[in-house]
Design a protein around this ligand. Structure first.
Ligand SMILES: O=C(O)CCC(=O)C(=O)O
Length: 277
């Protein structure tokens, strides 16, 4: 693909920092219509979705909705938005070739209730070889330090994969064990965003977010996940993950032999392939 100067500069930033921010990726009527469609999806479709695709801070309180998975499976407009759109073209530019759209998600941190997002690398859950994938985070609200903007560690995509372990956070099941190291804390960048701004990070880039301390403002966003077509399932990582899960369940007395037989488990049991749910 022939690139112009702007695309080359973007790629260079993505290579160096492991993320890029694109203010005003969507504006005006297009953005207003999209936000309206998300609102309708939440009121009309969410009540019928499978339980494992919808996460709440408190399952008994619908106002604490925090995550929806696979929105494109339930609405053709959302499917087009992440499979045949500028979002996909950007993923192809940043990953240097064709991509496989894997998931479209909704993230919120409800006012005064939204919990922190643990520090993690998406690649830990994607388990790909090579680990070539991007996640896009598209703001639907004004997002800042008070309501829990995304924070990145620039340059963290290259050093490798630090140890992750299970968290107690619904929707974000895996977190880096020894975070922050001194260098991480010093380097971390908070990225505020306005509705229509797009952040894109590489699957190896360390990121996290604080909880929502605002009493009134939500912190809504859409997530888009794309794998490079070159990426294959990392069988070694999968086998190691299955073993860890089995060990953990044995410790808790909830061992399920389907794990070591590589059979599907109900989703809440573990880290799923398209996100650290
Ligand atoms: O919304 C958030 O707090 C973080 C989302 C995230 O971790 C991701 O998109 O990979």
């Amino acid at each position: 693909m022939k690139q112009n100067n702007e695309q080359r500069a973007l790629l260079e930033r993505f290579e160096t920092d492991g993320f890029v921010a694109l203010p005003g990726f969507m504006v005006g009527d297009e953005l207003r219509e999209l936000i309206g469609r998300v609102d309708r999806f939440i009121s009309d479709k969410v009540p019928q979705l499978p339980r494992e695709q919808v996460f709440y801070e408190d399952r008994n309180d619908p106002a604490t909705l925090k995550q929806i998975q696979h929105m494109g499976d339930h609405d053709p407009c959302f499917r087009d938005l992440y499979t045949a759109s500028r979002f996909r073209e950007l993923a192809e530019l940043l990953l240097g070739g064709p991509v496989v759209p894997k998931n479209m998600q909704y993230f919120n941190k409800p006012p005064a209730a939204g919990q922190p997002t643990p520090p993690h690398q998406d690649g830990y859950c994607f388990m790909l070889d090579p680990c070539e994938a991007v996640t896009m985070w598209f703001a639907l609200d004004e997002v800042d330090e008070e309501n829990g903007c995304v924070r990145y560690v620039p340059g963290s995509r290259n050093p490798g994969m630090p140890e992750h372990a299970r968290t107690q956070t619904p929707g974000f099941s895996q977190g880096i064990v020894d975070y922050p190291g001194d260098a991480d804390r010093a380097a971390e960048q908070a990225i505020p965003a306005s509705p229509g701004d797009l952040l894109v990070h590489h699957a190896m880039t360390i990121h996290r977010a604080d909880g929502n301390r605002s009493p009134a403002r939500s912190r809504r966003a859409l997530g888009f996940i794309y794998y490079s077509q070159r990426a294959r399932k990392d069988r070694v990582a999968h086998a190691a993950y299955q073993q860890r899960l089995a060990d953990e369940m044995k410790r808790r007395g909830t061992f399920d032999s389907r794990i070591l037989l590589n059979r599907p488990l109900p989703q809440r049991r573990g880290c799923q392939l398209e996100s650290c749910q």
